[in-house]
Write a protein that binds this ligand. Structure first.
Ligand code: ADP
Ligand code: ZN
Length: 529
């Protein structure tokens, strides 16, 4: 774009057609235009793209945008071109001729924005690195920067190489952006991308117009149907399910019930997918039933609900998906049904995945946090915001199921004490630390070589908790980890008691859990779903 006026506000109005910046956009944009590095944490729908697109237009040279979503690059480039921005993309799906054209445009300074897949920069001497060196670079934008986090929910090894940008182009400003950063991920982004001297822009992750509710799963199809009929008849929404088969079955069940529903998953032909997407965007009140593949880069402001009929793998994923509701700021709902079977299924997925032990332990940890959200007896929003590192959150948001209809609780102080003493005693009396499984075996009196070797069966808590199943105990562990009485440390999630556990052990504080976690008689209340 040949801009005469490089003022960010003029670009916002003339190119993008907006009159006001949102949140911290303006501060971020001015900082990057002035040549500063930035780390931007902003929720889905917050408006991250403009934070690098406007500086890319305003500064001399081309803004290089690194994005893992090759499938979306084409759409992004088209949208920018429609707005008059000179944009291009380089990725492995390009034909040689197209590639040469984009390269030539870059070298002659005719591009404002160039999208690149990170693997293009994978080796220092790569063709793309050599190409970039011969042109003029306005900035590097590292989108979905949480992909650099090895222990995050969406690690991509190619992202690790992006740390080298700081050495090769020390004078080019870099901006890393993500919608899913926990404090640990934030730290990893900063370190691995060498953004130590960057300015950090952390927006609140609160989406106050979204109401959260999580219900125990019974007959999920009937539950979903009445949720849509009673609360969202005729409105646009997204229903997330884990498998293609469930997507198709659910979409057809909804259609049978008179709801305008379409299926969307990676196994469908490209045309069918495009048609589903187009209907969702253009028609009123379409419900898309989809696997997680749907929604990234789709910008529909009036999605009134996001429903999960299967458990997401991580809080990060859940928050990103629910964040697609209510971008217009109007009241919207995030609804989920979850049952014991989800937990079992997700554990099996992790077990069967091809990662090493450490990767599995990491996935397990993400799952545990997701489960803790499901079982939370405190405000859902507070849990979510604290997960993303926000402090001083009000105890009650007044806009989630827990706040609106407090759950039935059961006094689980005794099992909590049993578990806490087991953890403390194995540490103090045997000098050992273990993850949840071994502690549960002690409580349930399960023999093994290790038990014999370390004489765990001589601990005073050996076999005192056999009236509860291992699954129920895992529920207790999850609850205690979620509420900070226990910490799950390191790659293996080794359990440690925290200071907060003391009053519980002394009988000065009680622990309440949802009835369905550990009611006395085993699991009838957990639902069949
Ligand atoms: P994110 O990448 O953070 O999820 P996007 O950059 O896709 O968000 O922006 C979300 C939506 O908000 C887009 O439709 C975008 O055009 C719109 N948007 C961004 N900034 C503004 C603004 N200052 N004024 C109005 N709309 C905006
Ligand atoms: Zn609440």
């Amino acid at each position: 774009m040949i801009v005469t006026d490089r003022n960010p506000r003029s670009i916002l109005a003339e190119v993008f057609g907006y009159s006001e910046f949102r949140g911290e956009q303006e501060a971020i944009i001015e900082h990057v235009i002035a040549g500063g590095d930035a780390v931007v944490l902003m929720p889905t729908g917050g408006g991250k793209s403009l934070c690098y697109q406007i500086p890319a237009i305003a500064r001399e040279g081309t803004g290089i945008v690194l994005s893992p979503l090759v499938a979306l690059m084409h759409d992004q480039v088209m949208a920018l071109r429609l707005a008059g921005v000179r944009a291009g993309a380089l990725n492995s799906s390009l034909a040689p001729k197209e590639r040469r054209e984009v390269e030539a445009a870059y070298l002659s300074g005719e591009l404002d924005v160039l999208y690149l897949a990170p693997e293009q920069l994978a080796s220092a001497g790569s063709r793309t690195v050599e190409l970039l060196k011969r042109g003029r670079i306005a900035l590097f934008a590292i989108d979905e920067a949480h992909c650099v986090s090895q222990w995050g929910h969406d690690f991509r090894p190619d992202y690790l190489k992006l740390g080298a940008l700081a050495e090769v182009w020390p004078d080019v400003p870099r901006i890393a952006l993500t919608a899913t950063a926990t404090p640990a991920t934030h730290r990893e982004i900063t370190e691995r991308l060498h953004l130590e001297s960057a300015r950090h822009f952390v927006s609140s992750f609160d989406r106050s117009n979204i109401s959260y509710s999580i219900v125990p799963k019974q007959n999920v199809r009937a539950q979903l149907l009445s949720f849509i009929r009673d609360e969202h008849q005729g409105e646009a929404g997204i229903v997330y399910a884990l498998s293609r088969k469930r997507v198709e079955q659910t979409a057809s069940a909804l259609r049978d019930a008179g709801i305008n529903a379409v299926a969307y998953h990676a196994g469908m032909a490209a045309e069918a997918r495009l048609e589903a997407q187009t209907r969702f965007l253009r028609e009123d009140g379409v419900v898309v039933v989809a696997t997680i593949a749907f929604g990234m880069g789709i910008d529909k402001p009036d999605v009134r609900f996001v429903a999960h009929i299967d458990l997401p793998k991580s809080v990060e994923g859940y928050y990103q998906e629910t964040g697609r509701a209510g971008r217009d700021g109007l009241p919207s709902a995030a609804w989920m049904a979850y049952g014991l079977a989800d937990v079992v299924q997700q554990r099996q997925f992790i077990e069967a995945s091809d990662g090493d032990q450490a990767a599995k332990a990491n996935q397990s940890r993400h799952l545990d946090h997701m489960l803790a959200l499901c079982e939370s007896v405190t405000c859902r929003r507070k849990y979510l915001l604290e997960y993303f590192g926000e402090r001083e959150i009000a105890d009650q948001c007044g806009n989630c199921d827990v706040c609106l209809e407090p759950p039935k609780l059961w006094d689980a102080t005794v099992p909590a004490q049993m578990l806490l003493s087991t953890v403390i005693r194995t540490q103090k009396e045997r000098g050992r630390t273990y993850a949840a499984g071994q502690h549960i075996d002690v409580l349930r009196g399960v023999q093994s070589d290790r038990v014999a070797q370390v004489r765990l069966d001589e601990l005073s808590t050996w076999n005192i908790g056999s009236e509860w199943s291992a699954t129920q105990w895992r529920g207790v562990v999850r609850h205690l980890v979620a509420t900070g009485l226990l910490e799950a440390r390191g790659e293996w999630g080794v359990l440690w008691p925290s200071e907060a556990a003391k009053p519980v052990l002394r009988g000065e504080a009680q622990v309440h859990m949802r009835e369905e976690v550990i009611a006395r008689k085993a699991s009838r209340s957990s639902g069949g779903g």
